[in-house]
Design a protein around this ligand. Structure first.
Ligand SMILES: *[C@@H]1O[C@H](CO)[C@@H](O)[C@H](O)[C@H]1NC(C)=O
Ligand SMILES: *[C@@H]1O[C@H](CO)[C@@H](O)[C@H](O)[C@H]1NC(C)=O
Ligand SMILES: *[C@@H]1O[C@H](CO)[C@@H](O)[C@H](O)[C@H]1NC(C)=O
Ligand SMILES: *[C@@H]1O[C@H](CO)[C@@H](O)[C@H](O)[C@H]1NC(C)=O
Length: 424
């Protein structure tokens, strides 16, 4: 595989984006992304121990060109993403990213666009801060096929679904959200539920669930086990398939059932797993082939440089993260603040580096003249001399010198012309 041949594949783009991001963070981490509380608990020893391993990872090209293969594919289907595409009679081909961005319109459909119309992702965000909801709406929210905001807040800028009932638990809110989406949206395949401080990369979720059958039962996220119950933690966001939603709705199809289905606040993720377990639906392994995670309840900054892994998130992880922190096809990160949401968005979706030999962007500007003919044109324009094939260097110099005693005169004259043109 030619590393320089930039792929159009969204997944690769995102992978590349994240890879690049990581490298960028290495340089500017302290400035761009401030630590959150998790990171302030950093132990310096841990920091320096992991540092050299990470540096090695950042500066190595191995693993960046391998497509992620998820454990969940092995568990549920014999398909990989590539085989799944092939079965759909689709063929992937590489094309130059410069040509794609700046060249003439291409007839091929980009992989990301095709995926968006064939793997339907519904996003649901639980809102506490309007500013975060607005940031999501402006950024990654656009990449979902459909997005819902649920919460108690009201805002003219973001349309937030506010259930006009007294909620007794966060499970009740989640359960009402299931029902709302079920009634509102006939086009459901995959649903991701996140808090408003989370960044989602829907393209990578499509890549992950593409080979899976959404009418079957899936429950994906970062899994920990507590009181004997494995569940996907809300901080990292979790995904359910249409098949799973259908079963949930069968059991919780009205507000009364939602109300009695759970107690307490902030336990909805646990209750969800408990109810799903009664239907024999359990969390799956969302790590990639290197056992790197894809759903992250922490900011990338903390994951890379300073989480003390003593919390339940780590110690009770059912599918522990090995090797480097994050899969190149990661689906969620905690970001915390709206400005970071926008920064991520810029880096993931807009930023790119022209560092390769390429068709556009890094070639010389088109010119109608060959270099060796430029002096002839100058003679013609300046002195109306066309018999120039046999002119000697001395003669050439004399011709110019007869009109301009020093180069400065010529420059001043042409500056004047430019000024005049400009003021027209
Ligand atoms: C995958 O293929 C193997 C043999 O080809 C078969 O035994 C297994 O049941 C298949 N698994 C699934 C999930 O289809
Ligand atoms: C998806 O699963 C359903 C059963 O849940 C089955 O009827 C259907 O054929 C499957 N679709 C594909 C594309 O495998
Ligand atoms: C340039 O020279 C040609 C003859 O070589 C003449 O016919 C023409 O009028 C000249 N043009 C100017 C602008 O002096
Ligand atoms: C150059 O060629 C032109 C005709 O092409 C001729 O008139 C002129 O005398 C020549 N000059 C020299 C220096 O040979």
């Amino acid at each position: 595989m030619n590393f320089y041949c930039f792929k159009s594949r969204s997944v690769f783009l995102i992978g590349f984006g994240i890879g690049f991001l990581l490298a960028l963070f290495l340089l500017v981490a302290q400035h761009v992304f401030n630590c959150t509380s998790a990171c302030q608990r950093t132990s310096l020893n841990h920091f320096s121990a992991s540092r050299s391993a990470l540096l090695k990872w950042f500066t190595s090209d191995t693993r960046t060109d391998k497509k992620p293969i998820f454990q969940i594919w092995k568990e549920f289907t014999n398909l990989t993403y590539d085989v799944w595409l092939k079965n759909k009679k689709l063929r992937l081909s590489d094309f130059d990213i410069d040509a794609y961005l700046y060249g003439p319109e291409i007839k091929k459909e980009s992989e990301a666009n095709w995926l968006k119309s064939h793997v339907h992702i519904t996003c649901a965000v639980f809102v506490k801060k309007i500013k975060l909801a607005k940031a999501i709406q402006d950024t990654w929210g656009k990449h979902c096929n459909k997005i819902y905001f649920f919460g108690q807040e009201k805002s003219p800028k973001v349309s937030i679904v506010n259930f006009e009932i007294k909620l007794v638990s966060s499970w009740q809110l989640l359960c009402e959200a299931f029902n709302y989406i079920w009634r509102d949206n006939k086009d459901l395949e995959w649903l991701i539920f996140v808090k408003d401080d989370t960044l989602v990369i829907p393209e990578n979720l499509r890549y992950m669930v593409g080979p899976l059958n959404h009418t079957r039962n899936y429950y994906l996220g970062h899994t920990v086990i507590l009181w004997g119950q494995p569940y996907n933690v809300a901080d990292a966001g979790y995904v359910i398939s249409m098949g799973t939603l259908k079963k949930l709705i069968n059991k919780f199809d009205n507000s009364e059932k939602c109300r009695t289905g759970g107690k307490y606040w902030k336990q909805e993720d646990y209750y969800l797993a408990k109810h799903l377990a009664t239907m024999e639906i359990y969390p799956s392994d969302t790590r990639d082939q290197y056992f790197r995670g894809t759903f992250h309840g922490y900011p990338l900054q903390s994951l890379l440089w300073g989480v003390v892994k003593t919390g339940v998130y780590w110690t009770r992880a059912v599918y522990p993260i090995k090797n480097e922190c994050c899969s190149f096809a990661s689906v969620t990160f905690n970001v915390g603040e709206p400005d970071r949401m926008y920064t991520w968005n810029y880096l993931l979706y807009y930023f790119h580096v022209l560092k390769r030999k390429a068709m556009f962007g890094s070639i010389k500007a088109a010119t109608s003249e060959f270099d060796q003919d430029v002096w002839k044109t100058a003679l013609k324009e300046e002195f109306n001399i066309t018999y120039s094939n046999n002119i000697s260097s001395d003669a050439y110099y004399q011709i110019w010198h007869s009109k301009y005693s020093e180069p400065g005169q010529f420059i001043r004259k042409n500056d004047h012309i430019k000024d005049t043109d400009f003021s027209d």
